[in-house]
Structure formats: structure tokens, C-alpha cells
Design a protein around this ligand. Structure first.
Ligand SMILES: NC(=O)c1ccc[n+]([C@@H]2O[C@H](COP(=O)([O-])OP(=O)(O)OC[C@H]3O[C@@H](n4cnc5c(N)ncnc54)[C@H](O)[C@@H]3O)[C@@H](O)[C@H]2O)c1
Length: 554
């Protein structure tokens, strides 16, 4: 017969522990929360109250349910008060030594049949369990942030975990409306192993002044539909926790892309841990509060109009979906648009103020085109390229006006996606970048600026993550459904990586990944062999009826 869980202990009431205690209490369990000091205990209580207040405001909880939830919660500073618990979930700082010491004590305090779980994000559950006399009852129970909202939980079993412990906790998680997936004990499990490489990469982009924090975050929200940008998410997670997770992942896999960016360490050392301390990548109105306030890095007002060029007439070159979409965007924004396709002459663009080329992404064709445009267009006209994968500087160098050449990377369908990546090369004039930004705003688009590197912002952050997901599948750590579920239900992404790859096309993904690998030469960016094999087999995704999944019968 399966275990009955009535009283649940939660050790540590920080970012995660407070949320985990709330989840159990809201589901009718008696909860005993343990903190180190009275002050931290009261902070945990205030956070649970604040979070349940919000749930009441949003109509997710009635006032009576909130009171009952709070009544089921007992807080203490004594681990010994957990003696009668049926399950204890540990959620203290991500440090192995601290966690092992707590498990050693819990092992002595709780009944022999009680289950001990760690909420660790990346540490070895096996090593934690080895601190107890009965490692069979130790498992990982990894909630996602915020725990009351995210449905997904990872259930981590070690080689010695009792199968019935996993089964019982799985049943408990399901009863609370969570979506549990059982996985083996590896650093980062499913979701963090895929998420943290991406988060670390975003920090490196910001650290190298490749783009501003706001532009990186907006690019991901608008370009990928993610609920939060990576730097805002890191602030929510806590930069100390993120640092420890990356450090553990790096030590286990020796993948340089997981070596924590130096900036993370600096922020942690300075005590800027994110929302919980009121400042991380962004500054917040107070500790533990979500509202961002202006600080020294907040972008100033737009440059004065006299530093921009006048744009009235826009030319668009190309006959594909992208070119047609861009024509519509400018026309509905009130610009006088000339659309040049194969049947019309480039000469019609002689008096255009801005020409956007959107022909096929092939270097020699694009170079020849911008070269002709350079001869035809008036002095001072801006030449923009929509290239996804070519260096913009290659095209600028094919003209006699490299300062006037800029990237304007629209996303498909151009009429709908609000984002445009504005790519400045080493030669692009700042007035040109400013002008293009202002034009984007005038046609209702949100421009983000970045340097001229493979993948710009969105693709450079997205495709290495998709590639990591393919590697995880290839290694048989989890199947495509489990991985897709982890990323959707754990990280609130709009699509799982395999759903997305099948929509984007495996051939398109492979080409982008090859380009990223060629430019950065990072072993971790080498396209996964499984992706190459699928492309060779013609399994390109939905467009061929088969990719990671088979659509022929659906
Ligand atoms: N932050 C996230 O997004 C996230 C998501 C999933 C899992 N996790 C994991 O959850 C755990 C906690 O992370 P967090 O972000 O909540 O950290 P946190 O720093 O916000 O909170 C940790 C809390 O533990 C308390 N604590 C430390 N030692 C203690 C002890 N001996 N006894 C009682 N309390 C103690 C601290 O006072 C603090 O309040 C970590 O293992 C982390 O990897 C974090």
C-alpha cells in the first residue's frame, strides 16, 4: 500500500522553499517550515502571504482558502520540529556541504519510513543521499520557479532510491495537479541542463556589450514568445543559485558554455543576487518585489531627431514572403514604398531614402545586389539587408558606402512579429542605426540593436539550446515528449524544442547551427549528429510529414 502523506516539512523558505510550502499548504497538507533565524522565518512567512494575496487578487484562491492555507503552516527555526513529518523537502542554498549536513541531521530526526527529498537544481542527489544511513528513501523533487504556478516537477531517482518512494511521491505530485517526470541523477536534470546554457550565453552577450540587457530580454520575448527574457529570469532565479547551478554543470560536463560568465560571479560577490536583494541585472523597487525601476543603465530618451536622416521613400527588393511582408509593413506605416521584384528595375530606387533587400540568403547574389544598389541609390540613402545568416559587413564591404549599410532582421511573418533586430557593423554610422530604429518605431515595430555576429540575438540564443535538446535525446536521457513537457510546463515556453524544430525545419536549424559553429568554433556548438542524420534522411519536420515526430497519420 502506498504511503499516506499528511505532514510535510520544508527546510529553507527562500525563493523556492516559500513557494513549495505554499503548494503543499494550498493542497491541504500540514506544513512545517524551517529557517535559520527568526528574521528569515518571518521573511518566508511574508513572502507566502504576499504570494497568496496575489492569488486571491487574481481569483485563483478565495479569502477563506488563503486563511486555511496560512493556518496549515507552522514555521520554526528547529529542524527537530520535523520529527513527525511524512516527507521533508529541503530547499536551502545550492551548496553540497550545507545540504549533506542537513540530510545527515534529518536522517536522525525523522521516522525511518519518512521520505527525504531535495529540491536541488543541479547537485548530485546521490552524493546528498550518501550523507544518510538510508539512501533508499532519498530522492530529488525539483520544483520550478514560481512553485505555485509552474506545473512541472522533476523526480530524480538515484541508483539506490527505492522504487516505491518514487511511485508514492509521483502520486502525491499528481494529486496536487503537478506534472511529474522521473529522471536519473545528472547535473541539471532535463530543464536546467537545457535552460542554463542559454541563460549563461545571454549573460556573456550582455557582458561583452553585444546588446543592452533590455534589448536581449525584449528580443527573446518578442522573437520567441518566452514569458521572460533571460536576464530578467536570472534575476528571478537568484544569481547565486544560477552561479552554483552553472558551476556544477560545468564541473560535471566540462562544457565551456556552462562555465559561469565572470559577470555572474562579480554580481554575486557584490551581493547583487537579483530580485531577492532588490538588484541584479536590473534594479527593483525593493527586495523580493517584481517591479523594475530605472537605474544608471536604463536607456535614455531617443536621440534628438536632428541626428537622424529623413526617410519618406522606402524601396524593398525581393519577391518572397519576407519581402512581401516588409512591403506591407512599410505601406501600412504610411511610407511611400517601391517594391522591386524580378520583373521591375532597380533603377526605380534611385530616389529612395531607405532600401531593404530581402532576396534569398546567398552571399554572392546579395553582394551583387547591394553593389548595384550602391551605384543606383542617391548619396545618403541607407541600404538595409534582412539576412539571417550572413555577416552584414560582407555586404557593406561590397559597397562604396559601408557606413550606410545596416542589418534589419525581420521575423516571419513580418506583418505580425513585432521584433526587428537592427544590426550595426563596425562601419555602420550611429545616425544610420538611430534612423532605422526610429523607422521601426514609426511602423509599429520594436527594434533591438546588436553587433554583427552570427545569429544576432535571437538565433544565437535559441539554436544552441535546441541543439542541446537534440543531444539530450540522442543520449537517451529523456524522450522527446518528456523534454518538450519539461520546457513548456517547467519554464513556461510556448513550444517544446522538438515541436519547434519540426515547425522551423531541421534543415533550417542545421544551417543556422553550422553557421554558429563556424563562427565561434565552440565544440559545444557543433550540430548534434542526430540532427544531421534527420536532415540527410529528408526528415525535415512538418513540411515533409516527418521530423522528430511523424505527422503522416495526423
Ligand atoms: N531559484 C530558483 O529558481 C530555483 C528553482 C528550482 C530549484 N531551486 C533550488 O532550490 C534550492 C533553494 O534555492 P533558492 O533559490 O530558494 O535559494 P534562496 O537563497 O532564495 O533561499 C535559501 C534559503 O535557505 C535558508 N537556509 C540556508 N541554510 C539553512 C539551514 N541550515 N536551515 C534552514 N534554512 C536554511 C536561507 O536562509 C534561505 O532563506 C536550491 O537547491 C536551488 O538550486 C532554485
Amino acid at each position: 500500500m502506498s504511503r499516506q502523506f499528511e505532514t510535510i516539512g520544508v527546510v529553507g523558505l527562500g525563493t523556492m522553499g516559500a513557494g513549495i510550502a505554499e503548494v503543499f499548504a494550498r493542497n491541504g497538507y500540514s506544513v512545517i517550515g524551517v529557517e535559520q533565524t527568526d528574521e528569515q522565518m518571518e521573511r518566508g512567512r511574508a513572502n507566502i502571504r504576499h504570494s497568496t494575496d496575489r492569488a486571491v487578487k487574481r481569483g485563483k484562491l478565495s479569502a477563506a482558502e488563503q486563511q486555511a492555507t496560512l493556518d496549515r503552516l507552522r514555521l520554526t527555526t528547529q529542524l527537530a520540529d520535523l520529527a513527525d513529518c511524512d516527507l521533508v523537502v529541503e530547499a536551502v542554498v545550492e551548496r553540497l556541504g550545507v545540504k549533506r549536513a542537513i540530510f545527515q541531521r534529518l536522517d536522525e530526526i525523522v521516522r525511518p519510513d519518512a521520505v527525504l527529498a531535495t529540491n536541488t537544481s543541479s547537485l548530485s542527489v546521490t552524493e546528498i543521499s550518501a550523507a544518510t544511513s538510508s539512501p533508499g528513501r532519498v530522492i530529488g523533487l525539483h520544483f520550478f520557479n514560481p512553485a505555485p504556478v509552474q506545473q512541472f516537477v522533476e523526480l530524480i531517482h538515484t541508483v539506490v532510491s527505492d522504487p516505491d518512494v518514487i511511485d508514492d511521491v509521483e502520486e502525491l505530485a499528481r494529486k496536487m495537479g503537478k506534472l511529474p517526470v522521473a529522471v536519473e541523477d545528472r547535473a541539471g536534470f532535463i530543464a536546467n541542463a537545457l535552460l542554463f546554457g542559454y541563460l549563461n550565453h545571454a549573460v556573456s552577450m550582455y557582458e561583452s556589450h553585444y546588446a543592452s540587457r533590455e534589448d536581449i530580454d525584449v528580443a527573446i520575448r518578442l522573437g520567441c514568445g518566452y514569458p521572460m527574457g533571460p536576464l530578467a529570469l536570472l534575476d528571478l532565479i537568484g544569481l547565486d543559485t544560477a552561479y552554483e547551478i552553472l558551476d556544477t554543470m560545468y564541473r560535471e560536463g566540462r562544457n565551456r558554455l556552462h562555465a559561469p560568465s565572470p559577470l555572474l560571479k562579480q554580481l554575486v560577490t557584490a551581493g547583487l543576487l537579483g530580485r531577492k536583494t532588490g538588484r541584479g541585472f536590473y534594479t527593483y523597487e525593493a527586495a523580493d518585489r517584481p517591479i523594475v525601476v530605472d537605474d544608471a543603465e536604463t536607456p535614455g530618451l531617443d536621440s534628438a531627431p536632428q541626428f537622424r536622416r529623413q526617410i519618406a521613400r522606402v524601396g524593398v527588393v525581393g519577391s518572397g514572403t519576407m519581402a512581401t511582408g516588409i512591403v506591407e509593413v512599410f505601406a501600412s506605416g504610411g511610407y511611400d514604398v517601391t517594391h522591386v521584384t524580378g520583373s521591375t528595375s532597380l533603377d526605380e530606387l534611385a530616389d529612395a531614402d531607405l532600401v531593404v533587400e530581402a532576396i534569398a540568403d546567398e552571399l554572392s547574389a546579395k553582394r551583387a545586389l547591394v553593389n548595384s544598389l550602391d551605384e543606383i541609390c542617391r548619396d545618403g540613402a541607407i541600404l538595409a539587408t534582412t539576412t539571417t545568416s550572413l555577416p552584414v559587413i560582407e555586404l557593406a564591404a561590397a559597397t562604396g558606402r559601408p557606413g550606410d549599410v545596416v542589418g534589419m532582421h525581420f521575423f516571419n511573418p513580418a506583418q505580425e512579429v513585432e521584433l526587428v533586430e537592427v544590426v550595426a557593423t563596425v562601419a555602420t554610422g550611429s545616425d544610420v542605426t538611430e534612423t532605422v530604429r526610429a523607422v521601426c518605431a514609426a511602423v509599429g515595430k520594436h527594434a533591438v540593436c546588436c553587433a554583427d555576429r552570427a545569429g544576432f540575438i535571437v538565433n544565437a540564443l535559441l539554436f544552441p539550446y535546441l541543439n542541446d535538446a537534440v543531444r539530450m535525446l540522442e543520449a537517451h536521457y529523456a524522450d522527446a515528449d518528456e523534454i518538450d513537457t519539461a520546457m513548456k510546463a517547467g519554464c513556461a515556453l510556448p513550444m517544446g524544442p522538438f515541436e519547434l524544430l519540426d515547425v522551423v525545419g531541421n534543415d533550417v536549424a542545421l544551417a543556422i547551427e553550422q553557421r554558429l559553429f563556424q563562427e565561434f568554433r565552440e565544440p559545444g556548438l557543433a550540430p548534434a549528429p542526430l540532427l544531421e542524420h534527420l536532415v540527410t534522411a529528408g526528415y525535415l519536420g512538418r513540411k515533409t510529414g516527418r521530423g522528430f515526430r511523424d505527422y503522416s497519420t495526423r
